[in-house]
Write a protein that binds this ligand. Structure first.
Ligand code: PLP
Length: 372
């Protein structure tokens, strides 16, 4: 007979999920109540307010989509694109490619602007594409590319989008809580993230925020949003303003307790302190890895502190090494994605994982594995 599942206790230093804080795990186990219970609705309002803080926005339409980051991504694309709309997509890694997929599947006309993997989005190339395509409705880019560990200059890219009168879609699944995300100051219109990265919550929720401009566009669409579940016109009925909420779907109640707790913790720590902690831990990891002779993929200026992409040392077998890390040290680090498969490791320092004891374990484990 199959009995209860008890997972091994791992240290999660991959590209997400990150280690979940015990406070969040304990919040998940609190009694389930109804998704229209007044107490739950009050908690939903707090989640919205806490997300506004995390995103640094006053956007009323700020909420967690009841599904992982990929659903937040789809929510932004399906709500803003109507068939035939032109969308300029910046691609400098796997998640930019996924954006392209979303554009074509939604009936949009994609204009692809490529940058080399491991490099940030080049504002000059984007500017040229926007000038060559004055009928562009939307510009999309990945702020924190998890496949390469690169942080792009979101302020400059958003400003270019605004200058050309585009709506700006920004992926900050890996950015939120780890590096500054200034939605209002930058002028991004549709932004999505994930619960399992620097927020250190369990996977499966995707915080999103839409500007008033974006909401206007969504409300005045000529065609219905192709996804019923992600249609923000309908989702707003459940997550919208005021105490009166209509059933849309059964919210993942306990998962939202977890997100609430993780956001309370972020508020307690404060955004600047959280960013500083990620930076300090990254510097310590960088020093230790350099001592082991391990080189970073990304130039210092563009490195994400929470996602450290490094070249796998010569002669070391990727799969064998990662299996040993898992089996002998209960340590998970990430494999390379796409063009980086077999060449790169991705070492996460996200949220609760960004701490000294994780760095000590990682350096000890890697040095043992590499030595053999
Ligand atoms: N975008 C980026 C930049 C990501 O790193 C990820 C996940 O790693 C996603 C989107 C998709 O999120 P999820 O795996 O939660 O669906």
């Amino acid at each position: 007979m199959i009995s209860s599942f008890h997972p091994p206790v791992r240290t999660l230093m991959g590209p997400g999920p990150s280690d979940v804080h015990p406070r969040i795990l304990s919040a998940l186990g609190r009694p389930t109540i109804g998704h229209l219970d007044p107490a739950f609705i009050q908690m939903m309002d707090e989640v919205k307010e806490l997300l506004q803080y995390a995103f640094q926005t006053k956007n009323p339409l700020t909420l967690p989509i009841s599904a992982p980051g990929s659903a937040g991504m789809e929510a932004c694309f399906v709500n803003l694109i109507e068939p035939g709309d032109k969308v300029v997509v910046c691609v400098n890694g796997v998640f930019g490619i996924r954006m392209l997929e979303n554009v074509t599947r939604t009936g949009g006309v994609a204009v692809r602007v490529d940058d080399e993997w491991g490099k940030p989005v080049d504002p000059a190339k984007l500017a040229a594409a926007l000038e060559a395509n004055p009928d562009t409705k939307i510009m999309a880019f990945v702020h924190a590319e998890t496949s390469t560990g690169v942080c792009s200059d979101a302020a400059t890219l958003c400003a270019l989008g605004r200058k050309h009168d585009c709506l700006v879609i920004m992926d900050t699944v890996t950015g939120l809580g780890g590096v500054p995300v200034l939605v209002d100051e930058w002028g991004a219109d549709a932004v999505y993230s994930g619960s399992q990265k620097c927020l250190s919550c369990t996977p499966g929720l995707s915080p999103v925020t839409f500007s008033e401009r974006a909401v206007e566009v969504i409300r005045n669409r000529k065609t219905p949003v192709q996804s019923w579940f992600l249609d923000m016109n309908l989702v707003m009925g459940y997550w919208g303003e005021g105490a009166k909420r209509a059933y849309h779907h059964t919210a993942p109640i306990n998962a939202l307790y977890g997100l609430h707790e993780s956001l309370v913790m972020l508020q307690e720590e404060g955004l600047s302190a959280a960013f500083a902690r990620h930076r300090v831990m990254h510097e310590k990891l960088y020093a230790g890895l350099t001592e082991l002779g391990i080189r970073f993929v990304v130039d210092e200026e563009y490195r994400l502190p929470q996602l450290n992409a490094v070249w796998i040392p010569e002669g070391v077998d990727d799969a064998v090494a990662r299996t040993r890390l898992l089996n002998e040290f209960n340590l998970e680090i990430g494999a390379g994605l796409g063009a980086y498969a077999g060449k790169v490791w991705r070492i996460g320092l996200m949220g609760y994982s960004a701490k000294q004891e994780n760095i000590d374990l990682c350096l000890k484990a890697l040095s043992a594995v590499i030595a053999q």
